[in-house]
Design a protein around this ligand. Sequence first.
Ligand SMILES: [Mg+2]
Length: 367
Amino acid sequence: MGTTVTGLDVAAYRVSTDHPEADGTLAWSSTTVVAVEAHAEGTTGTGWTYSSAAAAEVVRGELAPSVVGADPMDIPALHERLLRSVRNLGRAGIAAAAISAVDIALWDLKARLLDMSLPALFGRFRDAVPVYGSGGFTTYDDATTTAQLEHWIADDGVTQVKIKVGESWGMRPDRDLHRVALARRVIGAERQLFVDANGAYGAHQAVRVGRRMLDEGGISWFEEPVSSDDLAGLRAVRNQLPVDVAAGEYGDHESYFERMLAAEAVDCLQIDVTRCGGYTSWLHTAALAAARNIEVSAHCAPHLHAPVCAAVPNVRHIELFHDHRRVDALLFAGTPAVSAGHIGMVLDLPGHGMTLKRADAESHRVA
Ligand SMILES: [Mg+2]
């Protein structure tokens, strides 16, 4: 008898934000983490996604039955079983988030069964990955924005930061420009300033506001200037502004990213390991981008992205997202450290090195 996956445990935890938060097109007051533990031979692998508690039910009802009893070494077979099990549910969105959490847990399990770190199992191109500070919510007043930017620079050593723009579906361009100018003053002339409109602008508006953000604030990265579903609009903005256009954070499968790349919609492709189908699909997608000479950036989930981003040459950076940093530290032990603008690798522990703090997490449990 070979080794088999004996079970998946899943739980959902909800953590309130430290301030009210909003971007150009959404406001929120909490983050829900759906955590999966995959078991084999008394060893446990851990993965998670940031989604709805409904993703936990998809894991219980569809995904667990599809992988229990299979060999945890055979990730390609396990991943394909996960994809096939949600055919009738629809893969995009909640199902893809659930698959991502399970795929990450299975990779962590495999590394632990081999007593290897995940960076060692994937193999390394680099020992630490550049990160950029990300938050700068439209709900922040100037003092809060300033304090956050100063914290990233002083405590994390970042040289790249990102704030949200497109406030109220693009109805507050004057405040967007005010906040961009504020951020530039706080970070100084040399550091890079990124903006994320979360699809709030139309294409012409994005070009008009974007040109002023470039001239007055020196932005170098314009994320989702228009909806990421509007590939022609992304391409139009890209062609009219000498600023890197980025998108891809909602991608649920290699085919999604291939369409975005084929449309020449982005200068840098964002991939989220907690949405795209886990480490398996993340690696496939980075290769799709490499084939077109396009760099990739890890969207959110900084701690989970560290091992896979160390493995891939065409990685530009990881998004050090305020909410996920805070939530991960509450719920998981062993998160990798950030210093001098980079996130380090955990090499002296098996897997990605992180485990669920079950007792601490219990008060946040919602499913
Ligand atoms: Mg974004």
